[in-house]
Every structure is written in structure tokens, then in C-alpha cells.
Design a protein around this ligand. Structure first.
Ligand SMILES: Nc1ncnc2c1ncn2[C@@H]1O[C@H](COP(=O)(O)OP(=O)(O)OP(=O)(O)O)[C@@H](O)[C@H]1O
Ligand SMILES: [Mg+2]
Length: 225
């Protein structure tokens, strides 16, 4: 479903060139649940951002759901992100002035779905995240774990092909972290494809495949059943 071939991402020029990704290849099948680990600066976020069509590689090929992505325009990429990719970030990335419901509905606004339909869908997913009671609350009235559940609801509203999560439990206590990982486990069991960056081994243990980065390269790739 995702195929990455000899991916290189460089920053800077001349003597100051930095190879954030240095010839990375990987194939990801539908319904995998993958943890990406590795030291700070090893290229994990750079890799995830390219997978999520938020950034482009300097060299190499990336096939997303059968499409070679290097010829896509920025608009094509934005459209594919909206329709096929759900993002979850460490700092939740919610709009602070709007309530949980509006945050969750936002991707549907961009897709031109009417308000009634948006609300219906958003409530269904908030229900699944056990957040209906909090629908009209703004992010600063919610706990970290609740905010991350809103972010997951927003990531799910378009029924994406893949969920990409960059240190989704990085700002959470252990109880909230376990809650979030139980949600990911459930989504995986329902057939979602999940790719998650984490620093923590006990969080990575929820995934079924663990990929280790170092200096922009994959140094290990293990099944975890
Ligand atoms: N926009 C940028 N401009 C220049 N250098 C960058 C940029 N983004 C990332 N880098 C560099 O690329 C390398 C890889 O960064 P990346 O954010 O992918 O690491 P990471 O593995 O996610 O680290 P962390 O665990 O700290 O989040 C780092 O050396 C970083 O400084
Ligand atoms: Mg990172």
C-alpha cells in the first residue's frame, strides 16, 4: 500500500548539507501497525512527514496507494492528505478557540460536506471516543488524554487509509497513554493501517512491527507478534 524506495532528504547546501534521510526503503502493507523508533534527530519525523505528503523527498520514490507521488502538485497532495491520511501529533494540534465538535468536523468543512451531515458524522466518532459529553468544550477545558482523543476523532472523520502519529503519547501521563494505545489497538483490529513514532518501548510494544532509525537509515525492522 505504501512503498518507499531509496528515499533521501537533505537540508542545507554545500559543506552544511545534512542528510536527514539517507537512502531509506520500506514497504508497508494494508492493516499494519508499525512503531518507528530511534534517537532524536535520526529522521523519524522527516520520514513520517514524507509518508503523510506534508513534505517531499530530495531523491527517491514514494508510491502511495499505487500513485507515484513525485509528480503530484501541491494541490494533489493536499487532496490526498484530506481524503486518505489522518494525522495525530504530540501536541494535539487542535484549534484552541473552537470546541471539540468543530475541531472534529473541520476536515469535512474542507470537503464541502453540509453542516447537518458534518455534525452527524462528528458525533458518531466522538461517541466512539467516549467524548460526546465534551463535544461543546474547548481544548483548554479538556485533559491531555481527552484532547488527544479529539485529535484522533478528527483524524478518523474522513475514514482515512492510514493513520500517522508522531509521538502521540509524548505529552501524556501513563494512564492517558495507555488509553490512547488501547484506541490505536482497537483501530488496528478494525483494519486501520497505523504508523506511529515513539521514544517509549512500552508504547512501541502495542505495535506489530518495530522499525528502528539511526542517522537517516533503517537499522532494524522486526515483526512483533
Ligand atoms: N526544516 C528543517 N531544516 C533543517 N534541518 C532539519 C529540518 N527538519 C529536520 N531537520 C534535521 O533533520 C534531522 C532529522 O530530524 P527529525 O525531526 O526527522 O528527527 P527525529 O528523529 O524526529 O527526532 P526527535 O526524536 O527529536 O523528534 C535532524 O538533524 C534535524 O535537525
Ligand atoms: Mg521527531
Amino acid at each position: 500500500m505504501l512503498k518507499i524506495v531509496d528515499l533521501v532528504k537533505t537540508y542545507g547546501t554545500g559543506d552544511n548539507i545534512l542528510r536527514a534521510l539517507d537512502g531509506t526503503s520500506l514497504t508497508i502493507q494494508p492493516q499494519e501497525f508499525i512503531a518507528i523508533m530511534g534517537p532524536s534527530g535520526s529522521g523519524k519525523s522527516t520520514f513520517l512527514n514524507i509518508l503523510g505528503l506534508l513534505d517531499r523527498p530530495t531523491e527517491g520514490h514514494y508510491y502511495f496507494d499505487g500513485t507515484e507521488t513525485s509528480n503530484l502538485t501541491d494541490d494533489d497532495m493536499a487532496m490526498m492528505r484530506l481524503e486518505k491520511i489522518g494525522f495525530v501529533f504530540q501536541n494535539f494540534n487542535l484549534l484552541s478557540r473552537t470546541d471539540a465538535l468543530e475541531n472534529v468536523m473541520l476536515p469535512l468543512v474542507y470537503q464541502g460536506v453540509n453542516r447537518k451531515e458534518r455534525e452527524k458524522k462528528a458525533y458518531q466518532i466522538l461517541e466512539k471516543m467516549e467524548l460526546v459529553h465534551w463535544a461543546k468544550h474547548k481544548p483548554n477545558e479538556l485533559s491531555g488524554g481527552q484532547q488527544q482523543r479529539v485529535a484522533i476523532a478528527r483524524a478518523l472523520i474522513n475514514n482515512p487509509l492510514i493513520i500517522l502519529a508522531d509521538e502521540p503519547t509524548g505529552n501524556l501521563d501513563s494512564k492517558s497513554s495507555a488509553e490512547i494505545m488501547n484506541i490505536f489497538t482497537k483501530l488496528h483490529q478494525e483494519g486501520k493501517t497505523i504508523i506511529m513514532v515513539t521514544h517509549e518501548h512500552d508504547i512501541a510494544a502495542y505495535a506489530k512491527r518495530a522499525i528502528q532509525f539511526k542517522d537517516g537509515k533503517i537499522i532494524s525492522d522486526k515483526k512483533n507478534y
